[in-house]
Design a protein around this ligand. Sequence first.
Ligand SMILES: Nc1nc2c(ncn2[C@@H]2O[C@H](COP(=O)(O)OP(=O)(O)OP(=O)(O)O)[C@@H](O)[C@H]2O)c(=O)[nH]1
Ligand SMILES: [Mg+2]
Length: 305
Amino acid sequence: MEISPDFHSGYVAIIGRPNVGKSTLLNKALRQKVASVSPRPQTTRRNQLGILTEEAYQAIFVDTPGIHQPVHKLGEFMNQSARDALQDADVILWIVDASQSPHEEDRLVAQFTAAAGSQAPVVLALNKADLSTPGRLDERKREYSSLLPCQAVYIISAQTGQGVSSLMTDIAGRLPPGLPLYDPEQITDLYEKEIAADFIREAAMMELKDELPHSVGIRVDEYHDIGDTKAEIFATLFVERESQKPIVIGAGASVIKKIGEKARHEIETLTGRKVYLELRVKVMKNWRNDPSALRQFGYQRNGED
Ligand SMILES: Nc1nc2c(ncn2[C@@H]2O[C@H](COP(=O)(O)OP(=O)(O)OP(=O)(O)O)[C@@H](O)[C@H]2O)c(=O)[nH]1
Ligand SMILES: [Mg+2]
């Protein structure tokens, strides 16, 4: 790829409260699914880069966990990850759900962003426009932009793609001049093994109800590529209580089978390989408050052992 002398590159922190569509937008921008998405809040648990290299720019998006009121060490880690992304950002892309008025957590996002003291411009994206009407959107635009000074406001649907290319053009125009920071072929910073763990958790989020999806932690125990066309993956789903184990397994292993099928399909699409996936379920008491368990699941900040 030939790099033009007026190339631009930089980091774009995608921030917002849980469930507003941050990861959906990342996947849409990259035209490929690398980040897990689910209808439940707190799907994303750690920062993930999504690298978009176009002819004139490289935008390094940082998908972050939704900012919320934490009740576990895991939640504190998640909020801190989002704050780290704010520190390093050249552009802050604040996503909100345009089908709803601001929540308490949206105010928390605004506070965190203001407190980060970043010089980076804030671009507000009112997402899920497909669920709203033009009159309502005007009202939401006023409500959200009163929470934090924003340099630009876009109305988008990360799901349908409406408004996404105008938003990308705006962001590209705000990136500082500079050479690409990543190989133009690279799409994300996570290994396939880590994305596989996220896709298994995404499938668990879809299949399980109430608090249970949030109690699940995934460890990929073995990941073997077999030639160029196959992969073999062995993973463990950890739950927090003995009583949760039979629910995750389901009658006749029906639930764990469904989780496995969904996850296998996503991993096959990502890797282009035929995947053999074996899942088992174990209990690790109160792991969301256990620093060593959090490390095992990859929930640790850069530079921390
Ligand atoms: N109708 C509609 N649904 C959307 C849109 N964008 C995202 N969603 C849905 O909203 C839900 C949450 O999407 P995610 O991308 O996981 O949201 P997130 O902000 O990354 O959430 P966390 O990772 O929990 O912080 C999913 O069910 C998406 O399909 C949109 O533009 N329109
Ligand atoms: Mg997410």
